[in-house]
Design a protein around this ligand. Structure first.
Ligand code: PLP
Length: 453
């Protein structure tokens, strides 16, 4: 008899972690993962089957979880404010099938450059539902953005003159640095005195004046102040700060605003025991602060409230499956696998924490402590340090959780390792949604002059 244990219960906004009989702690969010006789399954598909059909390292996403995430955050805001829109931050995970799924759910797209605009357009996002938030743009990028029909979000006032050389957009917005930001790691704080992004209020005022003179009809205000924030009070404070700036600009220039975009940054727990963001509460506090400001600013109009979550929609909907390739005991115990910092950069880049499950030995006693490493020639190549794991052997599978955002998107070919494959599980069926690169892909497109001669 196959025994099935739900590893994680349906999403709960609060709650204390529990343990399954296999000793696997519960995060309260991975409701699509199950323990089937000690083997991890993803929306009903066995990790062993996934690895044997598609190979490893392999990113696996749950379509159901992505949908649930979108509906949860969208509905929390839309229930409180009709004039609301959510754009998906494509940079978090640019897989075309993920984009298509979110487009079908009704999301717009937040794009960081021409590549993301091209990808979003290819799955049918209409140009007017794309916001192009670049920074340090080249002229070619500005021109591409304008010609694509996307709404352009400029990161600095002087960029406007360069954009106007190519034409006058109907809609435009500027990215404001509200003076403070927040993030799970210093590297993901994107506002405040050290941030390379956005404009201070006095520079913004000049830029909006110039945009008005240029005859741009619809003007918006944007910020993106930090990523992976799990604290509710921050959201009310940052909304209040940005809308305060927006209100002063609108009053000084006598303009109605078309939209105010609070950016992304909605956090996802990475450690067992962290409390998920209480999104209903966050939405209430944000909408209350937003509408209070509109009510006290006659002439500002009825700007659409916009957000652009990336991580919140996809992070906990994805895992990275890796095969154990070698186990070594020297000064420490190392479990080596075929995924490294080239596959998932976040631990090396930010010191980000990802839970790691022994996907083929879920019920084995976790009797050893080990560092989980990949095959890359850097000592920062650690997916996890000092983790409690069972005794693992070559061929066992590991599942790195919370890998759906900034996973594949930040992966590289470092050490000349081909890019991994991606699979989307839809209604219990696994679909290959990005092919694994081969060694031959590594030597394509690089003509060698001496060989050509
Ligand atoms: N919008 C902009 C302009 C960003 O730069 C980012 C992330 O860097 C996001 C949205 C998405 O952020 P998150 O994934 O934290 O929601």
């Amino acid at each position: 008899m196959v025994r099935t244990t739900r590893l994680y219960p349906r999403p709960k906004l609060t709650g204390t972690p529990r343990k399954t009989d296999g000793g696997i702690p519960l995060a309260g969010i991975y409701d699509y993962l199950e323990d089937k006789d000690g083997i991890l399954t993803v929306d009903g598909v066995s990790s062993v089957e996934l690895a044997s059909r598609f190979g490893t390292p392999l990113y696996v996403y749950s379509a159901r979880r992505i949908r649930d995430n979108y509906r949860r955050i969208h509905d929390a805001f839309a229930a409180r404010r009709e004039n609301f829109r959510a754009n998906y931050a494509v940079k978090a995970n640019n897989n075309l099938s993920v984009l298509d799924l979110l487009r079908q759910e009704g999301a717009g797209a937040d794009c960081a450059g021409p590549g993301e605009i091209r990808m979003a357009r290819s799955v049918g996002f209409p140009p007017d539902r794309i916001l192009y938030s670049g920074n340090y743009n080249s002229d070619e990028e500005l021109r591409y953005g304008l010609e694509s029909g996307a709404v352009i979000n400029l990161d600095d006032g002087p960029l406007l003159e360069r954009l106007l050389k190519f034409g006058t957009p109907e809609a435009l917005c500027f990215r404001i640095n509200p003076g403070f930001g927040k993030g799970a790691y210093p590297g993901v704080v994107t506002a405040g005195p050290d941030a390379k992004f956005g404009m201070r209020e006095r520079e913004a005022l000049k830029a909006y004046r110039r945009a008005k003179e240029a005859g741009i009809e619809r003007l918006g205000v944007h910020m993106m102040a930090g990523s992976n924030v799990l604290e509710t009070p921050y959201w009310a404070a940052i909304t209040d700060r940005l809308t305060g700036i927006a209100a002063r600009i609108a009053k000084a220039l006598r303009i109605e605003l078309d939209f105010i975009d609070l950016g992304g940054g909605f956090g996802v727990p990475s450690k067992i025991g962290e409390t998920p963001l209480p999104i209903q509460d966050v939405a209430k506090k944000v909408v209350d602060a937003y509408e209070r400001r509109l009510a006290s600013t006659p002439g500002i109009g009825d700007p659409t409230l916009m957000i652009e979550p990336g991580r919140y929609l996809v992070s906990d909907a994805g895992i990275l499956l890796a095969s154990v390739t070698h186990v070594k005991t020297s000064a420490k115990r190392f479990v080596g696998c075929d995924a490294g910092m080239n596959t998932l950069l976040r631990p090396a880049l930010y010191g980000a924490y990802h839970e790691i499950l022994p996907a083929t030995k879920l019920r084995a006693r976790r009797s050893v402590r080990a560092n989980v490493t990949g095959p890359i020639c850097e000592n920062t190549d650690m997916l996890g340090k000092d983790r409690r794991l069972p005794r693992l052997e070559v061929g066992d599978l590991l599942a790195v959780l919370n890998a759906g955002a900034y996973g594949y998107a930040m992966a590289s070919r470092f050490n000349s390792r081909p890019m991994p494959a991606e699979v989307l599980v839809v209604d219990g069926e696994a679909h290959l949604v990005r092919e694994r690169e081969t060694l031959d892909d590594l030597v394509r497109g690089e003509p060698v002059p001496s060989a050509v001669a």
